[in-house]
Write a protein that binds this ligand. Structure first.
Ligand code: SF4
Ligand code: SF4
Length: 495
């Protein structure tokens, strides 16, 4: 192993980790009155790369028996074939970090290179909770290893987190973006490849930005009704998360979600005060920021008094289901977060739980589909691996008459979107996107659907890069909406 972390590939467990000393997480986190700001830098654990605030748990690390079954499932191991870029290698590095500090550049590099896709969690026969391990480790990198990243990368990350969790700031970009796209400047810039020479991140941002669509206003409360507008009895009162990227770039997905829920007998409550759910922050190790966002969501939906909290963005849903863990050290919020987390459902989960009542109509009304519609369903990692939601989307699609689901080869492998990954690791993300696009194209599908806005952006761009501009993409719920309303899929197919 040439890696400077030393022993990442060779360490087989070894000595017990250093004892945790100093204040507990509760003591270093000021959790009173809804304030969760770190008041002081937590002290380091002796001889360790980590501080005392939520280091990777040694007992979770020791669950790994080093069998290597997770390696073939790991996208970064597939790309580079290096032990230290595999789940097992990263777990070695965590062990190494617990025993031998300070944090070094190689540790930061290999932890940062992890997509957080959780394919390893699905693949591991020993039930290793890599999700918990990497989340704790990312927080440590943010506090103790950032100086090993380039200034440019730290600046980029800061800019991302000053923008993406704030829908108002994102919306402010829509005007200039629309102008850029409509004047043809976008085509010129793409042809010139100037952005790729200047910055792969800027080129990625430019490439994945979808065409700006008309905003859709969703009422704060909408009652159950049929596609024809007749009132229905209330089967459930559900809250709906708008999401930051979803509401900005895909407002029609939120509109379709509310419509489908209404048609299936749900009263839908969409509080205007809702902000970011904290998913991006939590997944990037910005724990305090993520906790603050989570508290606001708890406040908002608690007062909405809903039976369920419905989410149509895989990354958001997986984080919101973890609110009990995220706010466990906050005495004011721990119990309330647990209650709310228990109500969180992906939109496909709740629809399957409720059972179909609205009639399903065929959607294959467009020319070129030969009466049937062949649909490739792309599993978002934060839906399939992180939440274990695989069957509900397929079950819902299977309810649509004349629809055939085309399996995608290597469906369990990440498309490269992975939260902010395609912005901070654009080259690796592009390679994964290209592989995914090749596998999707091989399905000969008429349409690709998925349950996450990040995947939609990434897959759409990868297909375009491959020259598959004619293979449209949509959110799963948009296709179900087209079936329930009877509108058909022609709008989706002409994208
Ligand atoms: S499959 Fe599980 S136990 Fe085996 S090396 Fe990977 S994480 Fe460790
Ligand atoms: S989360 Fe994904 S990228 Fe990270 S180690 Fe696991 S499989 Fe590999």
């Amino acid at each position: 192993m040439s890696c400077e972390c030393g022993g990442a590939g060779g360490c087989q467990g070894g000595a017990a980790p250093s004892e945790t000393t100093g204040p507990t997480p509760a003591e270093v986190t000021m959790a009173s009155a809804g304030q969760a700001t770190m008041q002081m830098a937590p002290p380091a654990i002796d001889h360790s790369a980590f501080d005392v605030f939520n280091p990777p748990d040694p007992s979770l690390i020791s669950d790994c028996v080093h069998c290597g079954f997770c390696l073939p499932a790991c996208p970064t191991y597939q790309l580079w074939g290096r032990e230290e870029d595999s789940p097992r290698g990263r777990i070695y590095l965590m062990q190494e970090g617990l025993e031998n500090g300070p944090m070094n550049a190689a540790m930061v590099e290999h932890f940062d290179a992890c997509l957080g896709c959780m394919a390893c969690v699905t693949a591991c026969p020993s039930g290793v909770q890599y999700d918990k391990l990497i989340e704790a480790t990312r927080g440590q990198v943010e506090r103790n290893g950032k100086h090993h990243r380039s200034r440019a990368e730290n600046g980029l990350r800061e800019a991302i987190f000053q923008l993406f969790p704030y829908p108002d700031r994102l919306k402010a970009l829509l005007g200039p973006l629309k102008l850029y796209q409509r004047t043809g400047l976008s085509s010129l810039v793409r042809k010139s490849k100037i952005l790729e020479r200047l910055s792969p991140t800027l080129a990625t941002m430019e490439a994945i930005a979808p065409p700006v669509t008309r905003n859709v206003t969703i009422p704060e409360v909408s009652l159950p009704r049929t596609a024809e507008g007749q009132a229905l009895p209330v089967r459930s009162r559900v809250g709906m998360l708008l999401g930051c990227v979803q509401r900005t770039f895909y407002p029609q997905v939120n509109a379709a979600t509310a419509r489908v829920l209404n048609m299936e007998g749900c009263e839908v409550v969409v509080p205007k005060s809702q902000g970011c759910c904290g998913a991006l922050s939590v997944h990037a190790g910005r724990a305090e920021e993520g906790e603050d966002f989570a508290r606001r969501i708890v406040d908002t939906f608690e007062s909405a008094e809903v039976d369920y909290l419905v989410v149509n963005s895989a990354g958001c849903g997986s984080t919101m289901k973890e609110y009990a863990d995220i706010l466990a050290n906050d005495p004011l919020y721990a119990d309330r977060a647990e209650v709310l987390a228990g109500k969180v459902r992906d939109v496909t989960e709740i629809l399957v739980e409720l059972g179909p009542e609205a009639p399903r109509h065929p959607v294959a009304d467009a020319a070129g589909t030969n009466g049937d519609l062949r649909v490739a369903y792309h599993d978002a990692c934060h839906l399939s691996h992180a939440q274990g939601v695989r069957n509900p989307p397929r079950e819902l699609l299977g309810q649509i008459p004349g629809l055939e689901i085309a399996p995608i080869r290597d469906a369990d492998t990440c498309c490269g979107s992975a939260g902010i990954y395609n912005l901070v690791r654009p080259e690796a993300a592009r390679e994964l996107g290209d592989k995914k696009a090749t596998n999707i194209a091989a399905t000969k599908a008429d349409l690709v659907v998925t349950g996450n806005p990040g995947c939609l952006l990434q897959v759409t761009d990868a297909l375009r890069r491959r020259g598959e501009d004619t293979l449209p993409t949509a959110h799963t719920i948009e296709l179900l909406d087209a079936s329930l309303t009877g509108a058909g899929a022609s709008d989706l197919l002409s994208r």
